[in-house]
Design a protein around this ligand. Structure first.
Ligand code: PGA
Length: 249
C-alpha cells in the first residue's frame, strides 16, 4: 500500500506572521491524522520558523526549489545541504512555474534531483502538459520526455523514494481540475512507464501526486483513483481549514 501524501505548496505567499498563524492552526487541525503524510512547502524566508513550530508534530517540511551545487559563488541560490541543515525533508523540483518563468528544463530538473538525493532530501518532481500540448494530443509524449529526461542516470536504488507530481499546467491556479478519470489516465501512463524503466517493484511504490486546483470538494474523488497517491495543493493550502479538509479527505 502506498501511503497518501498531501503536500501544500505555499508559493510566494505568507510573510512571517501569516506563516506562523497558518502553520499553528494547521498543526492543531491535523494532529490526529496518522495514516497520511502531511507536507508543507513554505517560502525560504519562513522555512526555519515553520520548522520550529511543527517540531514533534505529524507535519513535515519541504522547500519549493533548490540549486544543484553544494556551495560556492552562486548569488541568490540555496543548496540541498542548507535545506537539510534547517531540517527540510522534501523539496519540490521542476514546478511548472519554475519551468515557465525561470527557464527550468528537464536537464536542470535532473541535476537538482540528483543533488537533492545526495543530501538526503526527498524530491517531489513535477511534470505536466500545457493546454496547447493537450489539445494537440501531445500529453503522453510530453510527460514521457519529462519523466525520462528528468530521471536520467538516477541510481536504481533511489527510484522507490521518488515522488512525482502530475500537474497539468492548464489546471494550476485556474480552478479547472482534471477530471479524476483524466488524471488517472496520465498517472497510469507514468506508472506504466516507470515499470518499463525500473521494474514493477519500484513502480508499485513510487507515489504519484495530482496537482492543479485540488480543493476539499474534489480531493476524495481524485484519491479514489487507483494510481493517484496524493495531492500537491497550491491555493487551497493557504488556509488551514481548507488544507486540513483536504488532508482528511
Ligand atoms: P493550485 O496549485 O492548487 O493553486 O492549482 C497547484 C500547484 O501549483 O502545485
Amino acid at each position: 500500500m502506498r501511503k497518501p501524501i498531501l503536500a501544500g505548496n505555499w508559493k510566494m505567499y505568507k510573510k512571517v506572521g501569516e506563516a506562523i498563524k497558518l502553520i499553528s492552526e494547521l498543526k492543531i487541525k491535523v494532529q490526529d491524522v496518522k495514516d497520511r503524510e502531511i507536507i508543507v512547502c513554505p517560502a525560504y524566508t519562513v522555512l526555519n520558523k515553520v520548522k520550529e513550530i511543527i517540531k514533534d508534530s505529524n507535519i513535515k517540511i519541504g522547500a519549493q526549489d533548490v540549486y544543484w551545487e553544494e556551495k560556492g559563488a552562486f548569488t541568490g541560490e540555496i543548496s540541498p545541504d542548507m535545506l537539510k541543515d534547517i531540517g527540510c525533508d522534501y523539496v519540490i523540483i521542476g514546478h511548472s512555474e519554475r519551468r515557465h518563468y525561470f527557464g527550468e528544463t528537464d536537464d536542470t530538473v535532473n541535476r537538482k534531483l540528483k543533488a537533492a538525493f545526495n543530501s538526503g532530501l526527498l524530491p517531489i518532481v513535477c511534470v505536466g502538459e500545457t493546454l496547447r500540448e493537450r489539445e494537440q494530443n501531445l500529453t503522453f509524449k510530453v510527460i514521457e520526455k519529462q519523466v525520462h529526461d528528468g530521471l536520467k542516470g538516477l541510481e536504481d536504488a533511489l527510484i522507490p523514494k521518488l515522488i512525482i507530481a502530475y500537474e497539468p499546467v492548464w489546471a494550476i491556479g485556474t480552478g479547472k481540475t482534471a477530471t479524476p478519470e483524466e488524471a488517472q489516465e496520465v498517472h497510469k501512463f507514468i506508472r506504466d512507464f516507470l515499470k518499463r524503466m525500473y521494474g514493477e517493484g519500484s513502480s508499485n511504490v513510487i507515489r504519484i501526486l495530482y496537482g492543479g486546483s485540488v480543493k476539499p470538494e474534489n480531493i476524495s474523488q481524485l484519491m479514489s483513483q487507483e494510481d493517484i497517491d496524493g495531492g500537491l495543493v497550491g491555493g487551497a493550502s493557504l488556509d488551514a481549514e481548507s488544507f486540513s479538509k483536504i488532508v482528511k479527505y
